[in-house]
Design a protein around this ligand. Structure first.
Ligand SMILES: O=C(O)CCC(=O)C(=O)O
Length: 350
C-alpha cells in the first residue's frame, strides 16, 4: 500500500494534535512498543499504518456505507437497531454527553457485530446474536463487504493489541486468549454526519464528548476534519485539539477497559466530533473482550503502594450499562410508530 497522506486538517487557528505513527510492517518491535507506549502515556491516540488493508477496499467500504445512508428513511427504519445493538441508529439515538448536548448526537449509525446464529447458545450473551442486513437486492455486495472488513479489522486490532501487551510488560499474546480477543465483542459501526454545524453554545455536536468503552478502537475517516481529542480529561478548562485525517491510516484510541486493566497507566481519552457544515463519514471498529471476560487490574499494573483503582467487572455487564446510558430506549420508536399512524412520522426525533 502507498504511504499515507495527511489530509486537510483543522480549520485555521485551531490546534492539531501531533500523534505518533506506528507501522505494522516495522520489523523493529522495540521501536513500535516505544512509540505506542509514548502515545498511550501522552494522548491515548495514535495512527496505525501499513496495516495490510488496501485503499481500494477502504474506498469500497465507504462507498457501501454511503449507499446505506442514502436510502430513504423508511428503508433505513426497517433495519432499526434491536436490543442487541445491531442495525440502524437514527440521528439523536445516541447522546454521548448529556450534560452538554440538547437533543443528542447529530449522526446516523449502523452497528454490525460478530454474527452468531439465533439458535447458538452463545446468542444468549449480551451483544451476541445475528446481525440485521439490508437485502442483497437493495444493496448488492453490502454484507460481503462489511464481513470482509470485520475480518480485516479484527486482524489489525489483534496486531495492535500485541504491541499494547508488550508496552504493559505482558506476554505479546496476552490479549489473544479465548476470553479476550479469541471470542470478542467486536463491533463495526458505520457513521454518517449530515452537514450540520456544531455550536457548543446550543449543545450541537456531531458526537458529544466521550471515551470509548472497550480495549481499543480503530477509526477510519473520510478527509473531512471533525474529530477532536482532549488529552487531559481532568483539566479545566478542557483543551481540544483536532486529529487530522490521514489517508491510508487508522486512528487508534484506547478505551475505558484498558484504563481499568492498566490501573490508569494508560488512560482512555475524551474525544468528540465537531461538524463544519460538510457531510462526513467514518467507520469505527470497537474492540472489547468476550462478554464473560472479567476485567480486573493486570498483575503488572498494581503494587502495595498502588492498589487497584477499580473493582473487577465483566465486560458484558459493563458494556450493557454504558450502551443503555447513551442510547434511546427502543420503546421511544414504538411510540413514534404509533403516532406515525395517526399524525405522520417525524424521522429524526426519537
Ligand atoms: O466519527 C468519528 O470521527 C469519531 C466517532 C466516535 O468517536 C465514536 O463513535 O465513538
Amino acid at each position: 500500500m502507498g504511504r499515507p497522506v495527511l489530509e486537510a486538517g483543522a480549520p485555521s487557528g485551531s490546534k492539531t494534535a501531533a500523534l505518533n505513527c506506528i507501522s505494522l510492517a516495522d520489523q523493529d518491535i522495540k521501536k513500535s512498543v516505544s512509540l505506542l507506549k509514548q502515545a498511550c502515556l501522552d494522548s491515548g491516540f495514535f495512527y496505525v499504518i501499513d496495516h495490510g488493508i488496501s485503499q481500494e477496499f477502504m474506498d469500497e467500504v465507504f462507498a457501501q456505507s454511503k449507499k446505506f445512508f442514502d436510502l430513504p428513511m423508511d428503508e433505513k427504519m426497517k433495519l432499526l437497531h434491536n436490543e442487541k445493538y445491531r442495525g440502524y441508529t437514527p440521528i439523536f439515538d445516541e447522546t454521548l454527553d448529556p450534560d452538554n448536548q440538547v437533543k443528542g448526537d447529530y449522526k446516523e449509525g449502523y452497528y454490525i457485530g460478530v454474527e452468531v446464529p439465533e439458535d447458538d447458545p452463545q446468542a444468549e450473551k449480551p451483544f451476541c446474536g445475528p446481525n440485521l442486513w439490508p437485502s442483497g437486492d437493495l444493496l448488492p455486495g453490502w454484507r460481503e463487504t462489511m464481513e470482509q472488513y470485520q475480518r480485516e479489522a479484527l486482524r489489525v486490532s489483534k496486531a495492535v493489541a500485541r504491541i499494547i501487551a508488550l508496552a504493559l510488560d505482558l506476554d505479546a499474546d496476552f490479549f489473544d486468549k479465548r476470553e479476550m480477543l479469541g471470542e470478542p465483542i467486536a463491533t463495526l459501526r458505520l457513521l454518517y454526519y449530515e452537514g450540520n454545524i456544531s455550536t457548543p453554545a446550543k449543545g450541537i455536536y456531531g458526537a458529544g464528548a466521550h471515551s470509548d468503552y472497550g480495549l481499543l478502537t480503530l477509526l477510519a475517516t473520510d478527509d473531512v476534519a471533525g474529530l477532536q481529542i482532549c488529552k487531559d480529561k481532568d483539566a479545566q478548562p478542557q483543551i481540544w485539539e483536532f486529529v487530522a485525517p490521514l489517508r491510508g491510516a487508522f486512528i487508534v484510541n484506547l478505551g475505558d477497559m484498558l484504563e481499568r486493566w492498566s490501573n490508569c497507566i494508560f488512560r482512555s481519552t475524551l474525544h468528540r466530533v465537531m461538524l463544519n457544515g460538510q457531510d462526513r463519514y467514518s467507520v469505527a471498529y470497537f474492540v472489547e473482550p468476550n462478554p464473560e471476560c472479567l476485567v480486573e487490574c493486570l498483575p503488572s499494573c498494581h503494587s502495595e503502594a498502588n492498589p487497584p483503582k477499580f473493582p473487577p467487572v465483566t465486560c458484558g455487564a459493563y458494556m450493557v450499562k454504558r450502551y443503555k446510558e447513551t442510547h434511546a430506549d427502543l420503546s421511544t420508536y414504538k411510540e413514534h410508530e404509533t403516532s406515525k399512524q395517526t399524525d405522520g412520522f417525524v424521522c429524526n426525533s426519537p
